[in-house]
Design a binder for this molecule. Sequence first.
Ligand SMILES: [Ca+2]
Ligand SMILES: [Ca+2]
Length: 192
Amino acid sequence: MKSLLKLTTAALLALGFAPFCLAGVPYVDSIDDPCDIPGTGLDAYDLYLQCNNYLCFAWFRTCGPLDPKAKYRIHFDTQEPFFYEEDDCLTTSDDTVMYRNGKLTGPGELDHLIQPDDEIIGVAWMISYDELGIEVGDDVFAWLDVHRKGIQDRVPDTYVDEFDTCAKPQDDSEVLAVCAADDSSPPTCPPD
Ligand SMILES: [Ca+2]
Ligand SMILES: [Ca+2]
């Protein structure tokens, strides 16, 4: 299996697709998203991902209190094929965590609810490397969608422009990307 992985990496390098970790991406990535959708609980405000010390923390915030009828999903692409290898607009997500009205599904566990002023406006997960099937030095890609009668918001926005008809990530601007670090990287804290 290891030789296969090495061959695959070599093949990717030959094709010009250097694994993101080899390209030196850090273990933390985040993106802000505009508040521009009526019904603020369906409108994502940001998405954050960090992987160090054998744990990945992922969290999002919304522009208002969470909608109890909405599904909030973070998708993780951790195994081949990766998003940049899929040409037919099929999902390359390998794990999905979902929060809906107090219930969690998927790997990992709730770290905490982000709850300023007694209004829940975000969810933070804690997921081990084992649960994601990754090791130190692996690439981890993630994106968020908010679903209620169809997708209401996506972070990052997976439609790059009017010519992009695929709602799945295809470009590195359409995912968060981190490199799974070891325990020598200092932790950072999710927002309260
Ligand atoms: Ca938004
Ligand atoms: Ca995948």
